[in-house]
Design a protein around this ligand. Structure first.
Ligand code: SAH
Length: 480
């Protein structure tokens, strides 16, 4: 892991000081630090000037379409002596204001937009407003417990259900809210760029919030953000999982630990009535894949009497839904022993029939080949692999991997069988994914129909001006 170089605010940035000019560092190839990458270098502005980013002529178009990223290649000049995380005005080549953005000296994304309004002040009030809006949107969509019914994204309280004056309608409303609260207590509260908070992810698991900071701007406001979350949600713990690989690309050190409160010994998220124990400190991402909530539920409704194969099962998400849905058998495969241990414990936690569940610690690519060689067949297969292509640059290699597992998946299905296949790779478009799957079916010699197109749950919205937010794509295929 590359540690961000310590930089004092007084670090000189003038061109005459050569290598010490951090504005030039971003332009260099990480593998070959002496070789500038093939793009023009931002002109160095006056260090004494008011900090400001000026774009090259014609490079304001994507900002005008409200895409929140400013790539280093679009920057003509950076005035002043800004530090990573500072909020700077962004101007077009004629000096016209475009946005307020968080600067990052160490990333190919030189800045990420906080606001399009010149009058906006980027301060605690701004973040309070944006965070409260993101939480309110989830509440409006029925994704959170109502504010009147206990803590969790809403504060204390609770309509008593006793009281003789309580009329029937109030009672049934209270009960349905109670049921709703019991059914799910996890949600993504903030989905970064798509909630107009670039780089900030917050997942709620009951009384615990897990925070992930993926940009210099979000990092700069870390304490403020934690204060606001504490005030608005009152969790027992805010845990920070700022340890994704993306942090390195942003020149940020990895961080993993308690930010506020105390982490309970066991964290359990309830999803559609199923409980999942999770490991927020060492699990994948923030500990759980909330994005697949609705897709897991759909799998559960189609699992009755089926032999199910769940590949890349993690803590058992799709497997538990299949077991609850009446599957005849569920074979689950993952390469992480820790994840499988939690998955098995989750079967017990939910009182499900463990005799129908088999867990295999293996590489899915190899395990699928073995199952094929053993002539095993299934009625329903889930393929939910990790991100094979973080960016388009990895698309070709990723395409081969997707084709491989899907081809094998098709071969393992009985006639009439269902394949739930996913890609969470930002570098693979919907179209490309569908083409890969079509190629896999062809090579497997099966006829298949798409019966459903799937995506992330509603608490992972996609901002129209930021299509990169639509990272998760899924297809449900039925073989003839
Ligand atoms: N479907 C899961 C999430 C899957 S995350 C859910 O609903 O919660 C991807 C999983 O793939 C991780 O658990 C990781 O351990 C596993 N994994 C990654 N590479 C693998 C491989 N080659 N073989 C088996 N499992 C793998």
């Amino acid at each position: 892991m590359s540690q961000a170089k310590p930089r004092s605010p007084s670090t000189p940035h003038r061109q005459s000081q050569g290598g010490k000019d951090f504005r030039k560092r971003v332009q260099r190839d990480k593998q070959h630090p002496d070789k500038p990458v093939a793009q023009s270098v931002a002109r160095v502005g006056a260090a004494s000037a008011t900090p400001c980013i000026t774009l090259k002529a014609g490079r304001e178009k994507s900002l005008q379409r409200r895409h929140p990223w400013i790539f280093s290649g679009a920057v003509e000049c950076i005035d002043g002596a800004p530090k990573s995380g500072d909020t700077l005005p962004v101007r077009d080549a004629d000096g016209k204001f475009l946005a307020w953005a968080a600067y990052n000296a160490d990333s190919q994304i030189s800045a990420r937009v906080w606001s399009w309004q010149e009058k906006e002040v980027i301060d605690k009030t701004f973040f309070h407003r944006r965070i409260a809006a993101a939480i309110a949107a989830r509440r409006d969509l029925g994704l959170l417990p109502s504010p009147a019914s206990g803590r969790g994204a809403g504060g204390e309280g609770g309509g008593g259900t006793q009281g003789s004056e309580l009329d029937h309608a109030t009672l049934s409303l209270t009960l349905s809210r109670q049921r709703e609260r019991e059914l799910s207590n996890g949600a993504r509260l903030i989905h970064a760029e798509s909630d107009n908070l670039p780089g900030l992810i917050v997942d709620q698991y009951g009384d615990v919030l897990v925070l992930q900071l993926g940009s210099a701007g979000a990092e700069h406001w870390r304490e403020t953000i934690a204060d606001i979350l504490q005030e608005l949600v009152a969790p027992v713990c805010i845990y920070e999982r700022s340890d994704s690989d993306g942090r390195e690309l942003e020149g940020l050190p990895k961080r993993n630990g308690v930010l506020r409160g105390t982490l309970p010994e066991q964290v359990v998220v309830v999803e559609n009535g199923l409980s999942f124990a999770l490991d927020v400190a060492a699990g994948q991402k923030t500990g759980f894949y909330l994005d697949q909530r609705d897709n897991r539920a759909l799998t559960g409704t189609l699992a009755q009497d089926k032999d199910v194969l769940n590949c890349f099962c993690y803590t058992g998400g799709f497997s538990l839904y299949a077991l609850r849905g009446g599957a005849k058998s569920v074979l689950s495969i993952d390469s992480s022993q820790e994840a499988l241990q939690l998955a098995e414990a989750n079967v017990t936690l939910n009182g499900l029939d463990s005799s129908k569940a088999e867990w295999q610690c293996a590489d899915v690519f190899e395990a699928l080949r073995k199952l094929r060689d053993q002539n095993k067949k299934f009625n329903l297969i889930v393929l939910d692999p990790p991100k094979f292509a973080p960016t388009a640059a990895f698309a070709e290699k990723a395409a081969r991997a997707y084709k491989d597992i899907n081809l094998l998946g098709f071969k393992l299905l009985r006639p009439g069988g269902l394949l739930f296949t996913y890609s969470c790779s930002g570098g693979i478009s919907d179209d490309l994914f569908q083409k890969i799957i079509a190629g896999a079916a062809l090579d497997a010699g099966v006829d298949a129909q798409i019966v459903n197109k799937l995506h992330a749950a509603a608490d992972h919205p996609v901002l129209l001006s930021f299509p990169e937010g639509a990272y998760l794509k899924g297809l449900v295929l039925r073989v003839a």
